[in-house]
Design a protein around this ligand. Structure first.
Ligand code: GAF
Length: 396
């Protein structure tokens, strides 16, 4: 999957040009190989991926660019153009081999890159690399997956090897587990690798099969609103939710919550801790909602799709407890508009980040005005379409 730099969307082209000039400046040479990988927004199916459930994300036109060049030495040098990362922005380390295994450390931004190099299927030799992104860092739009998948795609270009898209997503997920310490599911890396323009991706996280669902947005918009708050997620909350789900599945006697239904859950209610019961109720109902939402979209029923988005938000807020006052307030403001809004919900892991809203394009300005007037913090808006997944870029 190779794309000429001339065919890139304008915003990606601009980011690439900046990365190329940074590369020239830092390494006194021209980059010869390049790749990009997008961030994502999940339309519905939250905290279901690590329960073998369904998710329904799109890749977005915000991307990470990774460009590089073989350096003929036994060293890998990486510069990040992002300034709001822990310093230094430049690191170098020996090419991993028998004597020098890669390990995570500081600066933390480099762990995503080192992790992918460490787990890459092919043999790697020395190279120089610049990474640059337009995905807001820590904004719940999968900036980390886009760094991992763009790094992997650059490696595929520099060191070609047989590797399926699924293997690539799994390698990047493994990098995040082992080098960034985040026990994420497969959704973010999967859609960053396999997203497709004008389509959402229904991923069955049990079979790891996926289906593209056409997203006809004529007269409609997907509006992402960033609440610009990040409460701690990587720390303890995400792993503890995973544990709650594993405990629930064990108590219900099923391999994962995908195999349970609400009836089974109710039968076991008296033996379950109240918190575990609510966690499971979110996951089980969210898996069902996701299937219903996809069917509604395929049938052109946006009202039902929107209602399920709001049900999803309420369940994440009340049962799974991963929302926060800022996200709740954004959803409430948007849903209080009298017309033009189908649905709105928090998206991604939670505890900050973004909401996603499905609305008529004519309602976008009113939503922005209303949020700007009523939201207590500083919200930022991204109107987005469904974009392509990662590609190798043929540099001109
Ligand atoms: C984060 C994780 F990385 C995903 O795997 C997923 O679990 C998501 O939170 C919640 O749906 O983005």
């Amino acid at each position: 999957q190779v794309m000429s730099s001339n065919d890139l969307p304008e915003s990606t082209k601009e980011l690439l040009l900046q990365a190329q000039s940074t590369f020239q400046e830092k390494f006194s040479a021209k980059a010869t190989h390049g790749a990009f990988a997008p961030g994502r927004v999940n339309l519905i199916g939250e905290h279901t991926d690590y329960n073998d459930g369904f998710v329904f994300p799109i890749a977005i036109p915000l991307v990470t660019i990774a460009i590089g060049r073989l350096n003929g030495e036994d060293v890998i040098r990486v510069f990040t153009a992002s300034e709001d990362v822990d310093k230094p922005q430049f690191i170098s380390f020996p090419v991993p081999g028998e004597e020098s295994k890669l390990s995570p450390g500081s600066p933390s931004w480099a762990n995503y890159i080192k992790g992918v190099i460490a787990h890459y299927k092919g043999a790697v030799s020395g190279f120089d690399m610049v990474v640059s992104t337009s995905v807001p860092l820590g904004g719940g739009l999968s900036s980390s997956a886009s760094v991992e998948v763009s790094t992997h795609t650059l490696l595929e270009s520099l060191f070609p090897t047989e590797c399926s898209q699924l293997e690539k997503a799994l390698t990047c997920q493994r990098a995040e587990h082992t080098f960034a310490g985040m026990p994420c599911g497969i959704m973010d890396q999967f859609v960053s690798a396999m997203g497709c323009r004008d389509h959402a991706l229904l991923i069955d996280c049990q079979s790891k099969e996926s289906k593209l669902v056409r997203l006809d947005l004529s007269g409609k918009s997907i509006l992402i609103i960033n609440c610009n708050v990040k409460h701690q997620l990587t720390g303890s909350e995400y792993p503890s939710r995973r544990q709650n789900c594993a405990d629930a599945a064990a108590a219900l006697g099923v391999p994962s919550l995908r195999s349970a239904d609400l009836q089974l859950l109710r039968q076991h209610q008296s033996e379950l801790d109240e918190l575990i019961y609510r966690r499971a109720r979110h996951v089980i109902s969210e898996i069902r909602r996701t299937e219903e939402a996809v069917a509604a979209l395929e049938g052109g029923d946006l009202e039902t799709f929107g209602r399920l988005m709001v049900d999803s938000h309420n369940s994440l807020r009340d049962d799974f407890e991963v929302s926060c006052p800022e996200l709740d307030s954004l959803v409430e403001i948007v849903m209080s508009l009298p017309e033009g809004v189908y649905g709105s919900r928090m998206t991604g892991g939670g505890f900050g980040g973004c909401t996603v809203t499905l609305c008529d394009t004519t309602a976008v300005d009113t939503i922005k005005q209303e949020v700007t007037k009523r939201y207590r913090g500083r919200a930022t808006f991204i109107e987005c379409s469904a974009a392509d997944g990662a590609r190798i870029i043929q540099l001109s």
